[in-house]
Design a binder for this molecule. Sequence first.
Ligand code: FES
Ligand code: FES
Length: 155
Amino acid sequence: MDVTLTFKVNGVERTVTTDPERKLLDVLREDLHLTGTKYGCGEGRCGACVVLIDGRRAFSCRVPVSAAAKRSIITIEGLARNGVLHPVQQAFLEEGAMQCGYCTPGMVLSAVALLREKPNPTDEEIVAGMNGNVCRCNGYVKITNAVRRAAKAGR
Ligand code: FES
Ligand code: FES
């Protein structure tokens, strides 16, 4: 049976009426048209669908939309402010840390979550923090450099 749920997405209160078991990823993409969040594996193994829920990394393909009720969700569309890229987005751009770009929204949001918890991560902490995000173009060197650059910019 459908239920009506309210949550904040990118700072804006949104209401959806839907099956509470639908995945957050599907609601974001299909109902709210926020297609920056990508479908990759659908089973928590690639990170293409990463969003932030209350500031923490979440694999939205694994989250029933009902679990997001009353919480604050940030998708890649919500990171820039007034046309200015988030420092992590800027760092990815400056490092050229994308090829096809399919993994990039999830990578950026995972990096934001990582740097929020560890503003000065070691290389090991970057690898651990980004674990779960897969780049099928194998762009890991530049992605890691971008996370380092963003950390440096935040110091
Ligand atoms: S689509 Fe969610 S982890 Fe792959
Ligand atoms: S840039 Fe293509 S999947 Fe990462």
